[in-house]
Design a protein around this ligand. Structure first.
Ligand code: MG
Length: 409
């Protein structure tokens, strides 16, 4: 089953996506997601200039060998651009192998371990009444677990908070990348955040009761001792997890947080390799692995990472915002269904324009996601629709403290 063609498709149906399509001599095509929010064209170039020429003529069935060839063969290892490019190749080859077998990918990964993957949605509000409306809208949409992000008094624009309220037919999910020539700059005050967040969770628990799983993302903005303080303050509200408490590069920061709080911890959306996790897993410093299939080298690498996590009793909580394309999301759903140590799956629904370009077969029912039984990943790409949405330069925001110092966004 030789590879005869490989091409990238860059499209922007509301936001930018980079997709790799591999075609075999018998006409089977596979799709891989290579989207790296704010740096999309770098991965596109990496694939077109350095990877696609190596794929032509290779055996599409040799997935592990191709992964090692691209990873070890480049000499320069790891990094978000490299690992997103390898991920796209890996996903596309698994898509092809599963289509050739006439099976959904999860069957090749060992078959279903559950009936569906518990998904969490993103509720947010500029203030508590708006947040409550957003939580109710998510409950009405069927979500059984909800991430809570809210405005902070005194700050204009806060990570994770949609700019407008639900209703009026307007899309209200939070979309941080903005189509500007330079990044938008936001202002941040960690002490104001630390004062406010526990009061929000107290109000949410008082309104919605003790059962609903609640999550929160600190977006890498706290020092270890600040994160420890927040984790302790949130203990009465029984969070499902506190995510990205401290900057992602610093694995040992989680030691200090762990010493002080029983609030479960999740991290890893900016990681791209199993070696980013070795301390976190071996010392049991986290409860959930947040990596994306798209950014961690694909299905092959993610399966190995999750198997290592299982050894230490750590569960999955794969990244799934709208900057993961429906192809990357489908790959995560097949893993979610197959692995034993599944925890939860992030799920922000894509826009209507995105779903016109990427035709999905996965479904969301009663709070659970299922990848469908369509052979392969179960996603197709409509080239005509994709061509209607050309690439648009967009950046994630940059964050500054109130005195102007650049801070983690
Ligand atoms: Mg996060």
């Amino acid at each position: 089953m030789k590879i005869t063609a490989a091409e990238t498709i860059v499209t922007s149906p509301g936001r930018n996506f980079v997709t790799l399509r591999i075609t075999t001599e018998d006409g089977i095509t596979g799709l891989g997601d290579a989207t790296l929010n704010g740096r999309e064209l770098s991965v596109d170039s990496y694939l077109r200039d350095h990877v696609v020429p190596l794929l032509i003529g290779r055996d599409a069935g040799r997935i592990e060998d191709t992964w090692q060839y691209l990873y070890r063969g480049a000499y320069w290892r790891r990094g978000p651009v490299t690992m997103a490019a390898i991920a796209a190749v890996d996903m596309a080859l698994w898509d092809i192998k599963a289509k050739a077998a006439g099976m959904p990918l999860y069957q090749l990964l060992g078959g279903a371990s559950r009936t569906g993957a518990l998904a969490y949605g993103h509720a947010s509000g500029r203030d508590t009444p708006e947040l409550f409306d957003s939580i109710r809208a998510h409950l009405d949409a069927g979500y059984r677990a909800i991430r809570i992000q809210t405005g902070i008094p005194g700050l204009d624009s806060v990570y994770g908070v949609a700019a407008s309220a639900a209703g009026g037919g307007e899309r209200y999910d939070y979309e941080p990348a903005r189509p500007t020539a330079v990044p938008v700059e936001e202002t941040w005050d960690t002490r104001a955040y630390l004062r406010h967040i526990p009061t929000v969770f107290e109000a949410v628990r008082a309104e919605f009761g003790p059962e609903l799983p609640l999550l929160h993302d600190g977006h890498h903005r706290m020092t270890p001792i600040q994160a420890a303080k927040l984790g302790k303050a949130l203990e009465p509200y029984d969070l499902f997890w506190l995510e990205d408490a401290t900057p992602g590069e610093d694995q040992t920061a989680l030691r200090l947080i762990r010493q002080h709080t029983t609030t479960p911890l999740a991290i890893g959306e900016v990681f791209n390799h199993v070696h980013d996790y070795t301390t976190l897993l071996s010392e049991r410093l986290i409860d959930y692995v947040r990596s994306a299939v798209t950014h961690t080298g694909g299905v092959t690498a993610m399966k190995k990472l999750l198997d290592l996590a299982a050894v230490y009793g750590v569960k999955s909580g794969m990244h799934g915002p709208t900057d993961i394309s429906p192809v990357g999301q489908a790959a995560a759903l097949h893993l979610d269904l197959a692995i034993h140590n599944f925890g939860i799956q992030e799920y922000m629904r894509h826009s209507a324009d995105t779903l016109e370009v990427f035709r999905t077969s996965y479904r969301f029912e009663n709070g659970l996601l299922h990848p469908s039984d369509t052979p392969g990943l179960g996603v197709t790409l409509d080239d005509t629709a994709a061509a209607r949405f050309p690439y648009q330069q967009a950046y994630l925001p940059v964050n500054r403290l109130t005195d102007g110092t650049v801070h983690d966004w």
